[in-house]
Design a protein around this ligand. Structure first.
Ligand SMILES: [Zn+2]
Length: 333
């Protein structure tokens, strides 16, 4: 006889493209069994500023051992309620965040910002809508557009494959309210200013500035990690880092992955992108291919002394170089 889990997987593959696990329920019929991933162990809350906190994801990648918790959600406690920035990649992660936010304040969650389309930053919305049906969920319109085209199902599948189905039961719950760069959303005594800089890490990135807190949530635009630039743009990332660097009133930058820091994190990320892109520019005319340019990049002092220790460096730097090479080549035409 087939085990439950195999049955579940069969049902899932037979209905590929369906938007959520809940719609599969009738396929098991008869009993009330709903396959659901386990609860996520509590992750400690870290204080950044007076009213601003985040959850540091220690692991750089999703795995069964971390239940898919590998990106950093954050929150700000305003006089009117809690504003959350990114909600993790599953309903179980979202539920854990709600439990932990309640250890800091008994105020309800009233608003959420999702920093971009990658599902590890928003699939936890499900838990918040369950707990706070009136919560407002903001994102750049590109996020809604991508979800309409199936990105939510792709990311739910990614989370499932990498966590042994720890996210099972997660229903795709996209943001509903559009924000643009320059928008300011006032929640109680805190203003949230939205920054959009075009295609940086994806085409849907927004940074959220908690103005009175002098804290900027940068999503995945900056981090001390070598993770994923498949949807991004190197040249624009350099410009984005220059923009952030010029915001001298910001005290702390909170990345989507890795620890928060002052502007030094932005400078490190800028240098990282600059070395990759400018080295390619320098050697392209000599007819060097991407794999010939790669050692000229990895042997630089910055890469050896700083970036080499970032998670993902050895496994991903080659992909970054070839993606940047293609971007540079495309920019010539
Ligand atoms: Zn991302």
């Amino acid at each position: 006889m087939m085990k439950r889990r195999d049955l579940f997987k069969t049902a899932l593959s037979a209905t590929a493209g369906l938007a959520s696990f809940s719609v599969l329920k009738p396929l098991y019929a008869a009993d009330d069994f709903v396959f659901r991933g386990p609860d996520v162990p509590n992750v400690p809350v870290t204080k950044i500023a007076d009213r601003t906190f985040y959850f540091l994801a220690v692991d750089p990648e999703p795995a069964p051992s971390n239940f898919g918790f590998f990106s950093n959600p954050g929150f700000v406690v305003t006089s009117e309620g809690v504003v959350v920035v990114d909600t993790g990649g599953s309903v179980q992660i979202g539920e854990m965040l709600i439990r932990q936010i309640k250890t800091v304040t008994n105020k309800p969650v009233v608003a959420i910002f999702n920093t971009h389309i990658h599902g590890d930053h928003w699939l936890g919305n499900h838990a918040f809508v369950d707990a706070y049906p009136n919560v407002k969920i903001y994102a750049h319109p590109k996020v809604m557009e991508h979800v309409k085209n199936g990105a939510g199902a792709v990311w739910n599948g990614f989370m499932s494959r990498n966590t042994n189905d720890a996210n099972a039961g997660t229903v795709i719950t996209p943001p509903t309210l559009e924000v643009q760069g320059g928008d300011v959303i006032k929640v109680g005594d805190v203003d949230f200013k939205v920054h959009y800089m075009g295609k940086v890490h994806s085409d849907s990135d927004i940074a959220i500035e908690a103005v009175q807190e002098k804290v900027m949530f940068v999503g995945d635009m900056a981090m001390r990690r070598v993770a994923n630039m498949a949807d991004g743009n190197f040249a624009n990332s350099i410009v984005a880092m220059e923009n952030f660097e010029a915001m001298s009133h910001i005290k702390y930058f909170v990345p989507g992955h890795g620890e928060f820091d002052d502007v030094s994190m932005i400078r490190d990320q800028k240098q990282f992108f600059e070395i990759i892109y400018k080295t390619i520019e320098q050697y392209y005319d000599d007819g060097l291919s991407d794999f010939e340019i790669r050692p000229k990049i990895t042997e630089t002092e910055f890469m050896q002394k700083v970036a080499k220790d970032w998670p993902g460096f050895d496994s991903t730097i080659g992909r970054f170089v070839s993606e940047a090479y293609q971007e540079f080549e495309a920019s010539l035409f």
